[in-house]
Structure formats: C-alpha cells, structure tokens
Design a protein around this ligand. Structure first.
Ligand SMILES: [Zn+2]
Length: 262
C-alpha cells in the first residue's frame, strides 16, 4: 500500500467522523474539517514535489553499501558539455549515470553511443522533459517512456529499465505510467541545485558536506559550472577513498536488494 493510499484512508475516515459530529450539531467541527482539508492538501503536495518521500510509488534514493560506493548522476543530456564530462570521468577512472531525454538523444546520437561505449550507464528521463509532464495522461506518459527506451536501445543495443522523473515530480498518473512499463524509479539523496549555482561553490560544498557511502548525487550536463564542480568533486572522491559506480552494476551485484523491488 502506498503512502498516498494510506493518507486517503486516514483523511476520509477523519472527514467522515467530523461530518458526523457536525451533523449532530457541534458547529466548531467545521473548523477542524477545514484544517484537515488543508493538511491533506499540503501532505499530498509535499509528496508530489519530494521524490524522497516515495509517496505515490517506490523510488530508489540511496543504494546502501559498505564499499564506499557513490553514484554520480547527470540529468537532461546528452548536451554540448557531455564530451568534456566524459573526458573528466575518464581522467579520474570514474563511472557516470546519465539520465537522458529522448529529445536530446535524437539531437546527439553519437554522444549517446560514446558515453555507453566508454562504460557509463544510460537511464530514461522522459522524452520531452516538458514542465507539463505531470499533467499528461497515463497513455502519454507511457509513450514518452517507451519512445525514450527505444532510442536508448537503438544507440546502446542494450535494454535499461531505470527512470528518473523530470523535476523529481511524481503524482498518481506518473506512478501508473511507470508501473505500466515496468520501470524502476531512481531519485537522489543529494540534490546539488547545480543549475541554479552560477559560481558552483554552493553546489560543490553541499555535496562534500553530505557525501557518504550509497549516496546518489544529482547533477546536470547543462549546469553553468558543471565541469569545474565535477573536477573538484572527482578529486574529493579520490582523496576520500570513495568509488563511483553504475546504478545497474549495483543492482547486478546486490541481487537480494534488487529482488525486493519486484
Ligand atoms: Zn531533468
């Protein structure tokens, strides 16, 4: 049972109880009814915008391990910066996880092939990445995921079944779409807000401050200072004996953990 279903059951029960009290003539109960409605709306909204709450469906936000493995993820590519990102990853013998959009894969097919050939992971980040993605129908969401998976398969000759929701937004429609195509949703444990950081310092320091084994770090190919952040981060990772890993490799090596997801 999802947290959303539980919240609905609880909210309906409390509302029915308050309506009964109201019907029995205790007028102040309407204030409690309004408070209940506002609390419900805030909780559901929190579930929509906080991927880590796993409110509507299971989302992997950390990959626990005692091998000091961490997971660098790059969203929204491939992009002009991706070649330089790949060069940096190679320089530090690091692995990356690229959650690509179908639209960008069509724009940069050679980059998609290259990043896969260089030993990195590709995940599905929707086709359009439109801000209206959460408003789309289950059918449209399924189409977006399937079309992007087809492109990933075309360029890598491999099948991946990992999805990262655009903007980290999830609602009941997206949850149904993801379930229908049998994909595993991947969130993050450290959101660097790198796209909003013109200097790069804040994003880098946030990651350095929080980093521990099993963390999934959210970065973007198109961030203004991504190359500087990445190089500093890769040095920090090396100096602190962390290892970068592919998400799918983790699942292959931790079959017990992976089996709980199905
Ligand atoms: Zn994105």
């Amino acid at each position: 049972m999802t947290k959303f279903t539980l919240t609905n059951i609880l909210w309906t029960s409390i509302s029915l109880m308050l309506l009964t009290i109201l019907a029995l003539g205790y007028q102040p109960a309407w204030i409690l009814l309004v408070i209940t409605l506002i609390s419900y709306s805030l909780i559901v909204f929190g579930g929509v915008i906080n991927v880590n709450w796993q409110f509507f469906m299971p989302v992997i936000c950390r990959l626990p391990n005692d091998r000091n493995e961490i997971f660098l993820t790059f969203d929204d590519g491939p992009h002009q910066n991706t070649t330089e990102i790949l060069n940096l990853l190679e320089k530090y013998s690091a692995k990356g996880n690229f959650f690509c959009t179908g639209k960008q894969l069509e724009k940069f097919p050679l980059l998609a092939q290259k990043l896969f050939q260089m030993g990195h992971f590709i995940g599905n980040h929707s086709y359009s990445h439109t801000p209206y993605f959460p408003l789309r129908s289950v059918k449209k969401i399924k189409e977006e995921l399937q079309n992007t998976s087809i492109l990933i398969e075309k360029y890598t000759k491999s099948k991946f079944r990992y999805f990262r929701p655009p903007y980290g937004v999830i609602n009941p429609t997206i949850a149904k779409g993801v379930k229908a195509v049998n994909m595993i949703s991947i969130g993050w444990s450290i959101r660097s807000f790198d796209t909003q950081d013109r200097e790069g310092n804040k994003a880098l320091n946030k990651i350095k401050r929080k980093l521990k084994s099993g963390d999934i770090i959210l970065l973007h190919d198109h961030s203004p200072k991504i190359l500087w952040i990445l190089e500093e981060l890769l040095r920090f990772i090396k100096d602190n004996n962390f290892n970068t890993q592919r998400i799918d490799t983790y699942f292959e090596q931790n079959s017990t953990y992976a089996s709980k997801l199905h």
